[in-house]
Design a protein around this ligand. Structure first.
Ligand code: HEM
Length: 622
């Protein structure tokens, strides 16, 4: 980088990770100099590693320092005791819960003894914890959050949920310090919940363990083990570790994003060709993420996931009206700790990697640009268009609300990273639009300015004389449409190749979301349906069913649902709208009406594809 001028953004220091949200436009230095805040993606201060992406490059701390050993012991007790879900202990009926009353009583006693050990804990101060390095803080959140979920979900379903002071006080204090909800998060169960299979390779302070050369061996299904599980099943361990492998694969994705950002800074015609090439790689890397996602099927059985594992993650919002009371919270008012509002369960929706992709590709922002996108036509057409726009707008709001909420559950450095990316002054999508516009309006394009442009009029017609505009598939918002001429050979210009490569990356992300819906159908919708069918026929549903706190399920229908039914049909809100008892939608652990929501997010991704009307086929955009 020695050829870069000192003012180039690659030569500048990263912003402070503690500032939240990060200002993307400028930072004032100690000497008062204002420097642009546009650091590279691999900045260590964002806790993003070029070899392991959002996963830490060395194994997370496996045990807290002795000062907080009491917490570790209580957690050990829960894991070793193989405590059962309270709902499962109480569940009765053929094939449900525990068969014999005395067994049921034994389980009740066992979990009550353990909960008593939580209530008997001393209130350990966290003063020194706050001075500890990040891995210690992460481990402390992991341990306390895990204890809390064990505590809540082993309670009988009829009892009030009161989280005892010895847990409330340190957990709320620590969470406030870490700017995290006092909950089990995706970072607690995936990012910071692994060790090497071979304990010899384990250890604190081991740096640079994930060299690029051993990435493949880390991807082996048994290379990584989970530190903590609720059920001690290999299904649960594989559930976490398959997400961990997906996160590790994200280093290629982030590296390509970084390279593209470097080229966006330069922004000339060579950059256009390079970005096109990198986007090809990005598409492939998203394809790899999809493969990693699907590999969850190799080690995780759907019924075990749905009935035995998933209920442990639930938050207050999927706890069917049972409020979580944090005992002693009033004592923390002076520390600025208030009643927590964010109490959603752990979900991979909290993955920074997927959100980073959304932000980078502009899936997040494009709909905002469509506000003026109503095509003027006859009245009827206009009404349809407006309805469509309204639907899209609602979808966008729901999605963006969820995404923003999920950011609260991300480690603060990763949240800062996403905010930083969102505020990128040279967004990829704007660049692609500008390059294509310029290419369509002039036949010779040499350089592309890196300043943000607003839409400008240009005129083109195709060889078939149809009017062209650069737009999203179902709107003409991105630019205006008028009339000059071009020919179909435009598909071979660098500008259109760029647009095609950009669209291909978006479609790869859409394919990821299609695959995700298949997984959701297999792991949630199918078992929920079978449970509902079993409950209504009292015939038993096979695997031990404890339900997801009684809040989930689908009405009607037996087993044998077709996965494709959920993946390809448009959002309707009908089939998935009924719950057990016929009136509750199936909920995600993040509290969403999951089928409608996931389809909306998937469709929103596809809507971001850019189209030059009349050239859809040649651009392969659909
Ligand atoms: C058995 C495996 C999985 C199941 C059953 C599952 C289920 C769900 C559900 C129900 C939601 C809806 C949001 C909520 O309320 O929680 C969701 C959202 C989401 N999940 Fe998964 N998930 C699985 C694996 C993964 C993995 C491995 C990833 C990638 C890291 C992932 C990424 C996402 C994302 C990014 C969202 C937010 C919606 C979106 O951006 O498309 N999921 N998931």
């Amino acid at each position: 980088m020695s050829h870069l001028p000192p003012t180039h953004f690659l030569s500048l220091p990263p912003p402070s990770p503690s500032s939240s949200p990060i200002s993307s436009t400028s930072t004032t230095t100690g000497t008062g100099t204002v420097i642009p805040d546009t650091t590279t993606l691999a900045a260590h201060d964002f806790d993003v590693d070029s070899r392991t992406a959002f996963m830490p490059p060395s194994p997370p701390l496996a045990r807290l320092p002795v000062e907080w050993e009491a917490w570790e012991e209580v957690l050990d007790g829960a894991v070793r005791g193989r405590l059962m879900l309270g709902s499962k202990v109480e569940e009765k009926g053929p094939g449900m819960g525990i068969g014999k009353d005395e067994e049921r009583e034994r389980e009740r006693e066992k979990s009550e003894v353990w909960r008593e050990s939580v209530r008997a804990l001393p209130i350990l101060p966290i003063h020194n914890l706050k001075k500890s390095p990040e891995p210690v803080l992460r481990r402390a959140h992991h341990v306390l959050a895990w204890i809390m979920h064990f505590y809540i979900h082993t309670l009988p379903p009829s009892s009030a949920i009161v989280i005892p002071r010895p847990l409330t006080i340190p957990l709320l204090r620590l969470s406030a310090y870490l700017k995290l909800p006092p909950m089990l998060t995706y970072s607690d169960d995936v990012l910071y919940n692994w060790r090497y299979e071979n304990p010899a390779g384990e250890g604190e302070g081991e740096e640079d363990v994930h060299m690029p050369g051993d990435r493949e061996s880390l991807m082996h299904p048994h290379a990584l083990r989970a530190l903590t599980t609720f059920t001690s099943t290999s299904d649960e361990e594989q559930f976490y570790m398959s997400s961990a492998r997906l996160e590790l694969a994200g280093c290629t994705t982030l590296e390509l994003m970084r390279s593209i950002m470097d080229e966006l800074f330069v922004g000339d015609d060579i950059a256009v060709r390079r970005i096109t090439e990198y986007l090809g790689g990005l598409k492939d890397s998203i394809g790899e993420l999809k493969e990693r996602l699907m590999s969850v099927k190799e080690g995780v059985r759907p019924e075990v996931f749905y009935h035995d594992i998933r209920p442990w993650f639930s938050g207050q919002d999927s706890n069917a009206g049972r409020e979580w009371v944090f005992e002693g919270i009033e004592e923390l008012k002076d520390d600025g700790v208030d009643v927590p509002k964010e109490l959603s369960g752990a979900s991979a929706g909290q993955s920074s990697l997927i959100q980073a992709l959304d932000v980078f590709l502009g899936v997040d922002s494009y709909a905002d640009l469509e506000a003026d996108g109503v095509v003027r036509g006859d009245e009827e057409k206009e009404a349809v268009k407006e309805k469509e726009m309204e639907k899209k707008e609602n979808r966008r709001i729901e999605r963006s609300t969820f995404m923003k909420r999920m950011r609260v559950y991300m480690p603060r450095h990763h949240r800062n990273f996403i905010e930083h990316l969102s505020n990128n002054p040279r967004p990829l999508r704007e660049f692609v639009k500008r390059v294509v516009r310029e290419s369509l309006s002039t036949s010779t394009t040499t350089t592309y300015s890196s300043s943000t442009t607003t839409s400008s009029s240009f005129s083109i017609t195709t060889t078939t004389s149809s009017s062209l505009s650069l737009s999203s598939p179902s709107s003409s918002s991105d630019t205006t449409t008028t009339s000059t001429s071009t020919s179909s050979s435009a598909t071979t210009t660098p500008a259109l190749a760029l647009m095609q490569a950009y669209n291909a990356s978006l479609m790869a992300l859409k394919a990821f979301r299609d695959a995700h819906m298949i997984i959701v159908a297999l792991y949630i919708i199918g078992p929920a349906r079978r449970k509902a069918a079993g409950a209504s026929s009292s015939a038993g549903a096979g695997a031990g069913a404890n339900g997801a706190n009684g809040a989930n399920g689908l009405s009607g229908g037996g087993g044998g649902e077709r996965v494709s039914e959920y993946v390809s049909s448009p959002v309707s809100g009908t089939k998935e709208g009924g719950g057990e008892g016929g009136n509750r939608p199936l909920k995600g652990t993040g509290g969403t009406d999951l089928v409608r929501f996931l389809k909306g997010v998937r469709d929103h991704t596809k809507d971001a594809v850019m189209v030059v009307p009349g050239m859809e086929a040649s651009l392969g955009s659909k």
